[in-house]
Each structure stands twice: as C-alpha cells, then as structure tokens.
Design a protein around this ligand. Structure first.
Ligand code: ADP
Ligand code: MG
Ligand code: ZN
Length: 461
C-alpha cells in the first residue's frame, strides 16, 4: 500500500495520461483479455533524477489499489555472486502470489547495461541478474497481473533485450516540468506550510526553469528552515528568494573578510558581465548582481533565461556568441580598469564555460565553416539525461589543428566584442561598480535605470 495517488504527482500530465492505461489494465484486466489483448508486462519510466519517477510508480499502485513491491537495482549487484539472480527470483515469487500487483525496479541501468559492453569490467553478477529478470518477465503468462515498472535516467545504456516487445516495451518519459507544472508542484509542497500573502507561485516558477519536482520540494523546505531561523511566523517571498539563490549559487558568505581592493575588483568584474549582457541584442535580462561571496565565487550576476529557450533546448548561433562575450565581460572589465598586469584568476570559471561553448559550436553544432556541418569528436552525452561519457576524439591531428584554430577565432571574436562594449560604455561600468561597492547587491530594475540615465544603445556588429 503506497498511499500515494496521481493527485500527489503534480505537473506530469503526459506521463500520468500514459500510465493511466497501466492503472486500467490492473483494475479491469478482463476488459482487455476478452478482446484478446495482451497486457503489457513492463513499462520503463525515463527521465532525469528527481522528476518523480519513483513517485509516479507508487502512484500507479495507489490508483489501481494494488500492492507495490519495490527494489533498487543496485541492491542486486552489490552482494555476493549469485545472490542478485536469486533475489530477483524471490521478488517475483512474492509478487506473483499477490497479483495483480506492481513490481518496481529503481535505477534499472545498474543491472540492465548492455551485456559485454565492457563497462564496469564485465560483471558476471550483473549478467546473471539481468538474465534472471528476463526469464521472470517471459515466464509469467500474458495476464498473470504482475506489471513491472522500472526507472532509469540512462535508457541509452540499457540492454536491447530489455526493450524488446513483451518486456519493457513501453516507455514513459518523465520530463522536467514546465512553468505550469512547477506552479502545481509548488502548491503540492506548500501544503502544511504557513505562507505569507506576498508569495506568488507563478513568479517562483518563472525563476526556476529546469528545476525538477525534487528541487522544488527542497526549495520550499529550505525556505521554511530560513523562516524558522529568522523567527518568523510565515514564510515570505524573501525567504523563498534567498533559499533559491542559495540553492543555485551556494550560501552567501556574509561575514567573509574581503579587502577593499578585492571588493573593487569583484565589483568591476561583475559589472563587466552585467554590462555586456545588457547590451547584447536578444540576450537574457539581468535579474540581479551581487558581490557577496558565495561558494567558490567572489560575486555573481544572475540572468533570467527565457522559458521558451529552456523549453525548446534550442540555442541560436548568435545567442551562443553573445553568451561567450558575456562570460568574458568580467575579465575584460578587470583588464580595462586595472591593466593587463593586474588581472586575476577570478575569471577561470568564465574561461572554462567559454571554451566549452566554443568547442561545442565547432565540434557538434556545425557552426564552423572550415569544419562544416558535421559532428566530430565522438558521441556527446545527452544533455537532458546528463552524465556525459568520456568522449573520444575520432579525428586526425590535422583536423584537431583546424578545430583549435576555429575555437580560438570564436573566443577572440567574443573577446573583442566584449571589449568594444565595455570601452564605449565605461561611464556606466564605473557607475555600476560604484553602486555595487555601496550596496553589495543591485537588482534588475535598478540596473536598467543606469542605462536609461546613461542613454546606452544596444550593441550591433
Ligand atoms: P526520481 O525517482 O525521478 O528520481 P522521485 O520520485 O524520487 O524522483 O522524487 C523525489 C521527490 O521529489 C518526491 O518524493 C516528491 O516529493 C518530489 N517530486 C518529484 N516530482 C514531483 C511532482 N511531479 N509532483 C510533486 N512532487 C514531486
Ligand atoms: Mg527515484
Ligand atoms: Zn566572472
């Protein structure tokens, strides 16, 4: 008994719709078998961690009112040889006695990797376990009433035998929620919490693109903890906002001792990012600039990425070029103000980001004329599913030279654009850096007012 139903899973409407069918099979098997339909045996839930796959599986059992047997696939492989297979056998034996029911195997990629792929050093134990799993699934006749649900965030590494018809022949994608979905998830996780009237879920949802259900749950909990630490009776929008920034960028080190000199440097560095970002046509708006140190960073500039772009996952060439210029804006500002000899190591993260973007543009996106519209450099990890496998270079030394030259050219172009913007708007840079040194944080509106006063124009080139 899971006690969870679809009501507890917010936002994942498509996945719920597809799983409704499984619920229906479990509730009215006769309706299907009377027509000669075979009940599906397995259904694979695919999606990034924290999107609610486990929760959905429990909800299916709850909706159908059937028992729920669950295990994590990693449990099968960590034990002694032969134990994994026998555990699978036991699990299915128990399940069959309670049919109709659901068997849930979490993180199935831990046992279900392609056999003989050499990953993990050819684990015999894993092979035996997966063979046993396949045998069990083939073993129960069309309508024994045991439906196997499994979850993974790596469908690409699963053994083909698992995905064959009659096994996990259904796949349900559980994606990161969109704005509307995030609003609903926030509502679910605010139940039982005292919220102030100024809390607007819509606004929070807009500020949390890419967040999963688990991330949002964590956000609301952190906000509640903050409110308690501040001795408040209610969680207000400030606590949520602070919790959000803390999650994204690490906790603020309010008491860190920072020399006046370093503060000045960080202020100009962040002002450089913000200024270039604001003046690039079609770039994300600046949401907040801060020179309070957090985690590794001395300061941070927050941009508000557009929902549309995040949702589609499509980035135009000019967007990526702008992004590189924005990332370099920090170093450029340091250089312009403090001189080439006095630049610091503070820009190393910026450089890493720039190099990665430039290399992807050349190797993967076909944005380089000299390399052409081809993807080189081995398979890329699926960005949506994370965990990039180590990529192997599959091109010659000669091509490697061209790639390096192309990458360098892209970076140099971005650098010169950033320099141009900063030198022509140096007065705004000074004003912004000054404001940052006074107030430590500057929000988007205040920042924009500097431009209206300064009558800046968008950069064209
Ligand atoms: P996954 O199995 O995909 O990694 P989980 O199902 O374990 O994710 O989700 C972790 C927690 O995040 C859940 O217990 C739940 O509290 C929260 N959560 C995730 N997705 C949702 C959702 N769509 N609606 C409500 N809560 C969610
Ligand atoms: Mg899970
Ligand atoms: Zn920077």
């Amino acid at each position: 008994e899971t006690g969870v139903t679809f009501v507890d899973v917010a936002g994942a409407d498509q996945a719920k719709l597809e799983l409704q069918e499984v619920v229906d099979f479990l509730k009215n098997p006769d309706k299907y078998t009377a027509l000669g339909a075979k009940i599906p045996k397995g259904c694979l839930l695919v999606g990034p961690p924290g999107t609610g796959k486990t929760l959905l599986a429990r909800a299916v059992a709850g909706e159908a009112g059937v028992p729920f047997f669950s295990c994590a696939a990693s449990e099968f492989v960590e034990l002694f040889v032969g134990v994994g297979a026998s555990r699978v056998r036991d699990l299915f034996e128990k399940a069959k006695a309670k049919a109709p029911c659901i068997v849930f195997i979490d993180e199935i990629d831990a046992v279900g990797r392609q056999r003989g792929a050499g990953l993990g050093g050819g684990n015999d134990e894993r092979e035996q376990t997966i063979n046993q799993l396949l045998t069990e699934m083939d073993g129960f006749a069309g309508n024994s009433g045991v439906i196997v649900l499994a979850a993974t965030n790596r469908p690409d590494v699963l053994d083909a035998a698992l995905l064959r018809p009659g096994r996990f022949d259904r796949q349900v994608t559980v994606d990161r929620p969109d704005v509307a979905g995030r609003v609903k998830i926030l509502e679910v996780h605010s139940r039982g919490k005292a919220l102030a009237k100024d809390v607007d879920f819509e606004k929070i949802a807009r500020r949390t693109p890419g967040f999963t259900g688990a991330d949002l749950q964590n956000l609301m909990n952190e906000a509640a903890i903050l409110a308690a630490r501040r001795d408040l009776k209610e969680i207000s929008k400030d606590e949520i906002s602070d919790a959000l920034e803390r999650i994204i960028a690490g906790p603020e080190k309010k008491n860190a001792v920072v020399s006046e000199e370093k503060r000045r440097l960080v202020a100009y560095h962040e002002a450089g990012h913000a200024l270039v970002g604001a003046l690039m046509p079609e770039y994300d708006p600046v949401a907040k600039i801060s020179i309070i140190p957090r985690g590794q960073a001395g300061g941070l500039t927050f941009f508000a990425p557009s929902e549309e772009r995040l949702e589609s996952g499509l980035y135009s060439r000019s967007y990526l070029e702008n992004q590189m210029a924005v990332a370099l804006g920090g170093r450029v500002a340091e250089e312009v103000i403090f001189g080439q000899e006095n630049v610091t190591t503070g820009a190393s993260n910026d450089f890493m980001q720039v190099s990665r973007v430039a290399r992807q543009m050349v190797e993967r996106f076909g944005f380089s004329k000299k390399i052409g519209q081809v993807a080189i450099g081995g398979p890329g990890g699926n960005p949506f599913l994370g965990q990039q496998m180590s990529s192997q270079k599959d091109y010659s030394m000669a091509t490697a030279d061209v790639v390096d030259a192309e990458v360098r050219e892209l970076v140099e172009k971005a650098y010169s654009r950033a320099t141009q913007i900063i030198t022509t708007h140096i007065d705004i840079l000074h004003k912004l850096a000054q404001l940052l040194m006074e107030k430590e944080t500057v929000d988007g509106e205040e920042f924009m007012s500097l431009f209206i006063d300064g009558q800046a124009e968008l950069f064209v080139a």
